[in-house]
Design a protein around this ligand. Structure first.
Ligand SMILES: Cc1cc2nc3c(=O)[nH]c(=O)nc-3n(C[C@H](O)[C@H](O)[C@H](O)COP(=O)(O)O)c2cc1C
Length: 334
């Protein structure tokens, strides 16, 4: 309640991206463990699948900590795992600002960030530092990877492959982001003509080093036929599963930012839930399905798990409900 009644109204007076960056910087420089005590529920039994260990099933979604700036904070706030990124091989600044908008009456966000990030090599150094400091085997870190904006679509496989090569020793798993609506043509990569080429390159690079599980992050806006193709390709290339879903482009025009962007939060809940269920049906029980999109309460978390998600991730819910949402979800899932 403190967050929603007191803190959120103050935070929402500021520009969304500025306040987000400030909060992440603050979390990075604060010993969060001092005022966020370790709770028994944070290590609820643990969960293992596709060779990965999670101390609990609630994770931080990609985009919240794009540059691996505040890893210890995510652990101390109670997350069981986190997905950092999207990281591209070379650093880039992303789309022009403003590029995040809040729609408070709908508990939604619209963003068109376009993968601003410090690049794969710097993220690798940060992950190495974290690994040296905090030796945690029950807190898996996934790196969400993408292509640089100026890489031609036909050469995308090289960018995903380069990220896997640079980050292979420090990531516990990878998530290939083929579904952001904010990098031109990126979603075309979910079609089989490109997908098979990219996965061939990625798996070849992955198998040169310590082979890490690879998941696909998929869009909520595809046809039934496309989901079937995606599931087929996940099996064919020996991937670990899917992260369902990214943001949707289906939102009122007046919410968009300069005509573009993807929507997250409460209005995405149903669409994401449907896709998580579909991926579970198509893939069966042996694959990992992470459900993300519109989880804003413990009840949403439970519903997403009942829809077939092994794990869930939070982004917009943290903005609207605050960090107490992690514990609320864990209690609902326990
Ligand atoms: C401001 C913002 C930035 C995001 N950046 C990324 C990103 O870099 N990579 C990615 O895969 N997803 C990104 N996402 C999508 C989230 O990871 C998540 O899939 C989506 O927001 C749906 O979850 P939610 O409804 O809980 O927010 C971003 C979302 C927001 C709101």
């Amino acid at each position: 309640m403190f967050y929603e009644k007191i803190l959120r109204p103050l935070l929402f007076r500021a520009d969304p991206e500025k306040i987000h960056d400030r909060l992440v910087t603050l979390l990075a420089s604060t010993p969060v463990s001092a005022f966020a005590p370790e709770r028994r529920i944070f290590s609820m039994g643990g969960f293992e699948k596709i060779g990965l260990r999670f101390r609990n099933p609630v994770g931080l979604a990609a985009g919240f900590d794009k540059n691996a700036a505040a890893l210890p904070a995510w652990y101390h706030l109670g997350f069981g795992f986190c997905e950092i990124g999207t990281v591209t091989p070379r650093p880039q600044t992303g789309n022009p600002k403003p590029r995040i908008r809040r729609i408070p009456e709908e508990k939604a966000l619209v963003n068109r960030m376009g993968f601003p990030n410090v690049g794969a090599r710097e993220v690798r150094r940060r992950l190495e530092r974290f690994r040296d400091k905090m030796k945690r085997t029950d807190f898996s870190i996934g790196v969400n990877i993408g292509k640089n904006r100026d890489t031609a679509i036909e050469k995308s496989g090289q960018d995903y492959g380069a990220c896997v090569e640079i980050l292979g020793e420090v990531a516990d798993f990878f998530v290939l982001n083929l579904s952001s609506p904010n990098t031109p043509d990126l979603r075309r990569l979910q079609g089989t003509e490109y997908l098979e080429g990219i996965l061939g390159t990625v798996q070849e690079r992955n198998r040169r080093g310590e082979e890490k599980p690879i998941l696909l992050k998929i869009s909520p806006d595809e046809t039934e036929e496309r989901y079937e193709e995606i599931a087929e390709v996940i099996r064919k290339f020996g991937l670990g599963g899917a992260v369902a879903t990214n943001t949707t482009v289906f939102c009122p025009n007046e919410w968009k930012i300069q005509g573009g962007g993807g929507m997250s939060g409460a209005p995405l809940r149903e669409r994401s839930g449907r896709v998580a269920r579909r991926m579970r049906d198509l893939l069966g029980e042996d694959f990992l399905v992470i459900g993300v999109g519109g989880v804003l309460s413990g009840e949403d978390a439970r519903a997403r798990r009942n829809a077939g998600a092994d794990l869930i991730e939070l982004y917009s819910g943290l903005v609207y409900r605050g960090p107490g949402l992690v514990r609320e979800c864990l209690e609902a899932l326990s």
